[in-house]
Each structure stands twice: as structure tokens, then as C-alpha cells.
Design a binder for this molecule. Structure first.
Ligand code: F0G
Length: 455
């Protein structure tokens, strides 16, 4: 086989291509749609010999066994599952920061308050650069490294750029970051700079950065690491494998994911479909996607035309990671929602802020974009689309320290306008914990301690 054994299949017209035939923008030359990675020896849709298919119980055993190995690839929560992401010719080209292997936390308080029997958070913010992007980046950047590129590039709302810059630095490669000026959280900008990326703030929004980058990859030999790159999604499958493994290969009833450029929901959907196809699991979870109300093109598309056509919007939300009006992978996300029987919901600024504070109160925390999952869960419960006896997993995509300005503004009480807070005022007040300032006196501190006991 001239590559590692994988091929690329267009999700629009089904055209199958080899890696070397891919265009710099990863679009199909026939229909312009996006590719997915497929494995002729076992993927659905290929007439593969049954004996070539990996054996489910052998895989489960092997993946667990690798957790006690000292090999770099085994210590990565992505490459530990390498039988399902056979995208490299040579494992020596793996660029890893020991990503993945993130915790699946029970959310006990929130389970009680929402009445859900089993509620978990899969915390992808516990990755090396603090977001779920690391799992996709180790995969796609390793491919770039193997292909011999010197430069990699992405347009980003912040997390992709932080991850790309870190992995490029590890591989001794150069990275170009395009971000919308003034529209990403400082923590993320500081990471890209710290890891040595050429960081350019463009006077536009994320969608404008994507347009500029599309021209750059046509005109210069830089490797595109946005999520249109199908190898990113192969790495982003692994949290689904980890969830299934942690639940003894019983999949949850429902997985709830934030929606921005809509690649992550697609990657997780692909993973659950593949696991079922290989007999690793017996069924599929419903996968639901939650968008911010001000950046909700998929929500609108599902409402207005059942996901047949998506009309870009001008995006506005303080959850800056998902401030995206023209999501690249929307068709893939529609397919996953349909195939798994999930939903698409939206959450207001106040609902997101309250949900984030509640996740913080669990001692877990997350960035605002991740909190749309809890805000969405509450809505799905009200609408009867999630039942209280179900097992639900919220995918928390980013660490709370990514956007500390947001957290501080919330607790200070000046994050939202009064008209945005609306009916949630009382609930928000219950969660607010602003820092108290005082002179350096033990008496004053003890008085404050007494006051706090009464609250
Ligand atoms: N949550 C966080 C924290 C994100 O950073 C992103 C996307 C998403 C959710 C949405 O995931 O795009 O796969 O639907 N951030 C990208 C970036 C766009 O540039 O960091 P998606």
C-alpha cells in the first residue's frame, strides 16, 4: 500500500482519493465538499474481508495494556488507539505532548439539580494546551511532519492556534496563526506567542481569517491545519473511545457537544459509528450540538429547512471560541445529528454564563464555549428530548483558565447587560462569588468568614 492503508473519501460525492492527490484546501476537486479518512480494510462501505477487520476484544485489551507502557505513542491518549487512526506511514513521525487520557468526571451537583441519573463531563480542557484541539493537532501535525512541510497554518478563535503553535514547536516546525483582532481570549493569544508562532491579528472576524488563509495556502507551501483537514478529525475521535472505555464499552445515551466550526461533533460521531461497526460497542449515543444564540447558523438550518441548507450569519457571542458564522463542517454535523437521532439547540448569553458558573461550582470549571453543553442540556430536558434516567456526557472543550477575564467579569457582575440577564437574575446571584478586598487584618478576615458561614 503506498500510504499507511488509509484513503480519503469525499463526504459529498463519494470520490475516493489518495493522500498525495489532496488539494491544499482539502476540498474535493469534483464537488468542493470535505473529505473524511477511510480505511479500506475495515471502514463501512468497503467490501473488506471479515478476517482483516480488527478484533474488538483484542483491541480493547491492547488499548488498556498500553496505559502501563512507557513508549511515547502508548502514553498518548490519541496514539494509544492507533489501530483506528492509521494515518502515518511511520510511527517515528508522531509529534505528541501526551495528549488525551482526559478525565470523565461525574457532575454530582448538576446531576441532582437537573434530575439526571448519570451525568458526566468529559473534560477535554485537561489536555496539554488546555483544549480538545490537542487530540486533533497531534494527528494532523504528525501528518504534516511526515510529509516534510516546514510551515503549518490555521485561522482560529484561539484554541486551534494555541495547539498548533505548541505541536509545531515540538516538531521543530514553523507556524502561522491568523486570528480576528480583539476577538479572542488573552490566554489563547499568549499561548500562540509563547510557543513561537508567527501570530497575525487581522482586522476581521474568524470567517474573514478563514477566507484569507484559503488564499495563502493556494499561494504558499504551508500546510493547512484547520478542521477541514480530515486528519484533525481522526485525532478528535479518541475522546469518544475514551468515554466508551471508561463506561466499560457501554455507550452513554446522549453526548452533548458545543458547536462552532462543527468539526468536533462530526469527529465524535465518526468515532461512535466506527466503534459500532467494529463491534466495540452495541449501539450509538444521540449526539446533540449546542450553539450560542448569536452564532447559531446550524440551529437555524435545522429549524428552517431540516439541515438542507445553511445560511451564514454575522456571529456575536462572548463565548469567543464559537463565534463562527459560516461553519465549514456543517454538512458533516447534520449527518451525525441525523444518524444518531440527536438535536441542535441554542443557548443565550445568560444561559451560557450561568451554566459556566455551575460547572465551576463543581470544582471543575471550563471556558464559556464549553458551558453551552450544560445550558443546552437544561433545554433538552425541558423539551423532553433527554430523559432523567439517561446517562448523559457533556463534552467540556476548554479549560477555565483560557478565558479568566470572562469569569472575573461574571462574578463582578458586569459581564452581561441587564436586558440579557432577564429572568435568570436570581439564579445568577446565587452563583456569584466576587473577591472581597480589605485591609491586612485578621479581625476583618475572621468577620468575613463568619458572614460567609451564614450564607
Ligand atoms: N469549544 C471550544 C473551546 C473551541 O475552541 C471550539 C472551536 C469549539 C468548542 C467548537 O468546536 O469548531 O469543532 O465545532 N474552536 C476553533 C478554534 C474554531 O479556532 O480554536 P468546533
Amino acid at each position: 500500500m503506498e500510504n499507511s492503508g488509509h484513503q480519503l473519501r469525499c463526504t459529498g460525492c463519494g470520490r475516493v482519493s489518495e493522500q498525495r492527490e489532496l488539494k491544499a484546501d482539502f476540498r474535493c476537486p469534483d464537488c468542493g465538499d470535505l473529505y473524511e479518512v477511510v480505511y479500506p480494510s475495515w471502514s463501512a462501505g468497503f467490501a473488506a474481508a471479515e478476517e482483516k477487520k480488527p478484533n474488538a476484544s483484542a483491541l480493547r485489551w491492547l488499548w488498556k495494556e498500553r496505559c502501563s507502557s512507557n513508549e511515547e505513542a502508548d502514553q498518548s491518549g490519541v496514539w494509544r488507539f492507533r489501530e483506528l487512526l492509521h494515518i502515518l506511514r511511520d510511527e517515528k513521525n508522531i509529534v505528541s505532548l501526551r495528549e488525551g487520557n482526559t478525565p470523565l468526571y461525574p457532575l454530582r451537583r448538576t446531576a441532582r439539580s437537573t434530575g439526571i441519573a448519570k451525568l458526566y463531563a468529559k473534560h477535554q480542557g485537561m489536555n496539554p494546551t488546555g483544549s480538545f484541539k490537542d487530540t486533533g493537532m497531534t494527528a494532523a501535525l504528525s501528518v504534516a511532519h511526515e510529509l516534510g512541510y516546514e510551515w503549518v497554518a490555521c485561522a482560529s478563535t484561539g484554541n486551534t492556534s494555541a495547539a498548533m503553535a505548541a505541536y509545531a514547536a515540538r516538531a521543530g516546525m514553523r507556524s502561522l496563526v491568523l486570528i480576528p483582532q480583539g476577538k479572542i481570549a488573552w490566554g489563547k493569544l499568549s499561548q500562540a506567542i509563547d510557543y513561537g508562532a508567527l501570530t497575525i491579528q487581522l482586522r476581521t472576524d474568524f470567517d474573514g481569517c478563514v477566507r484569507v488563509l484559503a488564499e495563502i495556502v493556494r499561494r504558499a507551501p504551508v500546510y493547512l491545519l484547520n478542521s477541514v483537514n480530515p486528519y484533525r478529525l481522526e485525532g478528535q475521535k479518541t475522546p469518544a473511545l475514551e468515554i466508551a472505555e471508561a463506561l466499560e464499552w457501554e455507550v452513554p445515551d446522549h453526548v452533548i457537544v458545543p458547536g462552532g466550526n462543527l468539526a468536533n461533533s462530526s469527529a465524535l460521531g465518526k468515532a461512535f459509528l466506527e466503534m459500532k461497526h467494529l463491534g466495540l460497542t452495541a449501539r450509538l449515543p444521540k449526539i446533540s450540538v449546542i450553539q450560542a444564540e448569536g452564532a447559531n447558523p446550524l440551529y437555524r438550518a435545522m429549524r428552517e429547512n431540516g439541515g438542507e441548507a445553511l445560511y451564514p450569519v454575522e456571529a456575536h457571542t462572548r463565548a469567543s471560541a464559537i463565534r463562527i458564522g459560516n461553519p465549514a463542517s456543517w454538512k458533516k454535523a447534520v449527518r451525525v445529528i441525523r444518524e444518531t437521532g440527536g438535536w441542535c439547540e441554542q443557548a443565550s448569553e445568560a444561559e451560557i454564563a450561568l451554566a459556566k458558573a455551575e460547572i465551576g461550582e463543581e470544582g471543575i470549571g471550563c471556558e464559556p464555549a464549553s458551558a453551552v453543553t450544560l445550558a443546552g442540556l437544561k433545554k433538552l430536558l425541558c423539551e423532553g428530548k433527554v430523559q432523567s434516567q439517561e446517562t448523559v456526557v457533556l463534552l467540556l472543550t476548554g479549560h477555565t483558565l483560557k478565558d479568566s477575564d470572562y469569569t472575573i467579569a461574571y462574578h463582578r457582575g458586569d459581564l452581561l447587560r441587564p436586558d440579557e440577564v432577564g429572568a435568570l437574575r436570581a439564579e445568577m446571584e446565587m452563583t456569584r462569588r466576587n473577591a472581597v478586598e480589605m485591609d491586612a487584618s485578621a479581625d476583618l478576615v475572621l468577620r468575613e468568614l463568619e458572614r460567609a458561614k451564614e450564607r
